[in-house]
Design a protein. Structure first.
Length: 719
């Protein structure tokens, strides 16, 4: 048997493909982790060598690779092992997992980007007009050699001038190692609680998981900054995960103010080239601080210092398609492997996190008070029963908005539904406009003219007359952000009314653009959960929460956790400066136990009760779940596949409990019937043992050919 290269290809199936090296190159360990171009059918694919060993194929069926791209592995040891772990844990092909860890240019086969820095040094003074911009630039550069980042700050359009000088021999460009600027001092003194949190993080050596539970506005970010400064001073690399792109501009500014160009930003709005440079810089060990969204967790960290996960409870850390990994959980896995501390911060920690604190696995750090003497917001429940509603608002809310604006403050009207209205209804016969591919109500958009399905994106015109009874009594039911905007514009024509949702804020800087437009003038912000998190809006004095009642009665087991987090987070936007903030919570269910618990005992009371309930019901974090989902146009196809899978899973003794096949909570989407198996076990081991044994076999089931299926380990919701 010849020794071959085992190559993982970016294909949605498990297993490796065997290839021979080109010509007579030796097969040795230097290949592992390198990219190779290989022939695949009639095309070629870029794969990654995962192992070497004797082939199971006969020599005549083996083909040589076309080209070796890398001379050495792209990954650090730790990252390479973590990727294997991840593929195993989440039941994902290694080839797909490796794709997650590479920026697009490397996935296309391009070479690693250049690293290091370039210093521009003055040689011989060129002839310059006295007093002009070039002369001033020259003088500034003569004082010390400067790099591009410093030049960008000094004079944004320096490039043409400097290029001209280099051409004429007046200046040199010398490659050097990247040296971070000295961190600027903090803007203010930390308070006692913040200082203690920082001290504990600083004092930890090796892996420790901290849960930083700090109420909204308690200054968690300042704790991160100080803890990062200590690691930065040691020349180490740190990673700060943040939940969403809309959040990053403001966050980015705060990190840059402290660490300057040592901060690299990573999210979907960052161009390929920049990402490639970030990957290469980290791989080369440059002492950088990366502030990024979910996929930043895959960056190499050969000189690790600290990993931070801000808003650790946030659902956006879990990827919901492809490889369904959790970046938050992965942060813990990597911190342990790298032997560095990890800080999970939140005002509303996940029940998983609190459970780990109770079990002594995470160390709790608490910030109980808001920073700089700000008080917690005052929350009032507004009972909607028997009250007149105008575009979803009661008179008391409208009066409070008017009062706040009159006093020069800003108001946030929170409604977690975009569009004009959640449904279109015939008042005569009860017909509701539904998506015929999803069996769900269509959302009304465009002031009532358009219908859009929020599940599959289907669009149509709103009918003029009811298709069932031909009556003309069609009405928009309920309110979305668009309708609120219309109503509030009409009611308060003299102040800016700005809407923040996915429809109004396409594009990377839309949110910060809108916020900058408002500045600190009195005005109204209408927003979905996009505005609930992270933004520091010092002038915001009032938050009105409209229509949370759907969330109180959702069937999903995490719904109450989500709703509590959302309510606390959105309330936390109010009164972050010295003025006391107010929150009005409109509801038809003022006595609902969830609301009562939250109002009386706050998030800790909710969490305590919820943990007891989850334990009683055998739900996470008291148990571990995995879902096997299948969808097909014919429901029998999905059912047959899942039934076969259930048989295979049942074969393992002491395996997980398997329930189903059962319809998914949302049983039809875009014309596909959706069914699932729920696997649960009290400990992880049997769950993973069963999945490991069965997962590869699922690909070969004849029933698998007629369905789209996926495994979701630690699913966030049962959808
Ligand atoms: P969190 O991340 O917990 O919501 P932030 O770190 O954004 O809180 O802090 C909230 C506000 O309080 C910010 O405007 C911040 O600049 C300010 N702040 C934080 N810590 C202090 C402090 N020790 N002294 C004065 N102001 C502070
Ligand atoms: Zn009708
Ligand atoms: Zn649909």
């Amino acid at each position: 048997m010849p020794e071959v290269l085992r190559v993982a290809l970016p294909l949605p199936r498990p297993g490796w493909f065997d290839y021979l090296p080109v010509r007579d190159e030796p097969v040795d360990a230097s290949w592992i982790g390198c990219r190779v171009w290989v022939p695949f059918g009639r095309t070629r694919q870029l794969g990654i060598v995962c192992a070497i060993g004797p082939s199971t194929l006969t020599p005549d069926r083996l083909r040589p690779i076309q080209r070796r791209v890398d001379a050495e592995t792209l990954f650090t040891d730790e990252l390479w092992r973590t990727l294997h772990w991840l593929a195993d844990y989440y039941c994902a092909p290694l080839g797909e997992v490796a794709q997650l860890a590479l920026p697009a240019s490397l996935r296309r086969g391009e070479a690693l980007a250049e690293t290091g820095d370039v210093l521009y040094r003055c040689l011989e003074s060129p002839r310059l007009r006295r007093g002009g911009q070039p002369e001033r630039l020259w003088q500034w550069m003569q004082a010390a050699p400067r790099n591009a980042a410093a030049l960008d700050l000094h004079l944004p359009d320096w490039r043409a001038t400097v290029r001209g000088w280099i051409r004429r021999g007046a200046m040199t460009a010398e490659p050097t190692d990247y040296a971070p600027p000295a961190p600027r001092p903090a803007a203010f003194d930390l308070d006692e609680a913040q200082r203690q949190a920082v001290a504990q993080i600083d004092a930890s050596s090796g892996f420790v998981a901290f849960l930083l539970h700090g109420v909204t506005g308690s200054g968690k970010t300042e704790v991160y900054l100080d803890a990062l400064a200590a690691r930065q001073a040691e020349g180490r690399q740190s990673l700060v995960l943040v939940p969403e792109i809309a959040l990053t501009p403001q966050t980015e500014r705060r990190f840059r103010a402290r660490f300057g160009d040592a901060v690299l930003v990573w999210h979907s709005g960052i161009a390929d080239g920049e990402r490639a440079r970030t990957f290469a810089a980290l791989r080369a060990g440059e002492p950088r601080i990366v502030v990024g969204t979910r996929s930043a967790i895959f960056l190499p960290l050969p000189r690790p210092g600290l990993i931070i996960v801000d808003e650790e409870h946030d659902a956006s850390y879990k990827q919901q398609d492809g490889v369904r990994y959790s970046a938050r959980d992965l942060a813990l896995v990597r911190a342990r492997a790298l032997d560095v501390p990890v800080v999970l911060g939140s005002a509303t920690p996940s029940l998983e996190g609190l459970n780990q604190v109770a079990r002594g696995r995470y160390r709790l750090l608490t910030l109980e008070r808001r920073a700089a003497g700000a008080s917690p917001p005052e929350v009032r429940v507004v009972d909607l029963r028997r009250q007149q509603l105008d575009a979803g608002l009661v008179a008391e809310s409208v009066a409070a908005i008017e009062h706040t604006l009159g006093a020069g403050g800003q108001v946030l009207v929170f409604r977690n539904r975009r569009g004009f209205a959640p449904a279109l209804l015939c008042h005569d016969c009860g017909w509701t406009a539904a998506c015929d591919r999803c069996d769900r109500p269509m959302t009304v958009h465009g002031g009532g003219r358009r219908l859009i399905c929020h599940h599959c994106g289907a669009r149509s015109h709103a009918p003029e007359a009811c298709p069932d009874c031909h009556g003309l009594a069609l009405q928009s039911q309920g309110v979305g952000t668009e309708r609120l905007e219309q109503a509030l514009r009409a009611r308060f024509p003299d102040v800016p009314v700005l809407r923040f949702d996915r429809d109004s804020t396409r594009g990377r800087d839309a949110v910060s653009g809108l916020l900058a437009e408002l500045a600190d003038r009195p005005g109204i912000l209408i927003g979905t959960q996009m505005l609930a998190k992270g933004h520091d809006l010092p002038r915001l004095d009032l938050v009105v929460v409209v229509g949370i009642d759907e969330g109180l009665f959702s069937a999903d087991f995490r719904a109450s956790e989500r709703l509590s987090q959302l309510l606390i987070q959105v309330s936390g936007r109010a009164g972050r400066s010295r003025r006391r903030g107010r929150v009005l919570l409109q509801t038809h269910h003022p006595q609902h136990p969830l609301l009562v618990t939250l109002l009386q005992g706050g998030y800790p009371a909710f969490a305590e009760a919820a943990l007891v309930e989850r334990a009683l019901l055998g739900l996470p974090p008291a148990a571990h779940l995995a879902l096997l989902r299948a969808e097909a146009q014919q429901p029998e196809h999905a059912e047959d596949f899942l039934r076969r899978a259930a048989q295979l899973l049942a074969a393992s003794t002491d395996g997980p409990a398997v329930s189903g096949p059962m319809p998914a909570p949302h049983p039809r989407r875009a014309g596909f019937h959706r069914l699932q198996l729920v696997l649960s076990a009290e400990t992880r081991a049997p769950l993973h043992a069963a999945l490991d044994a069965v997962w590869p076999a699922l690909f070969d089931l004849p029933e698998a050919r007629r369905v789209r299926w996926s495994v979701d380990v630690d699913p966030l919701d049962l959808y």
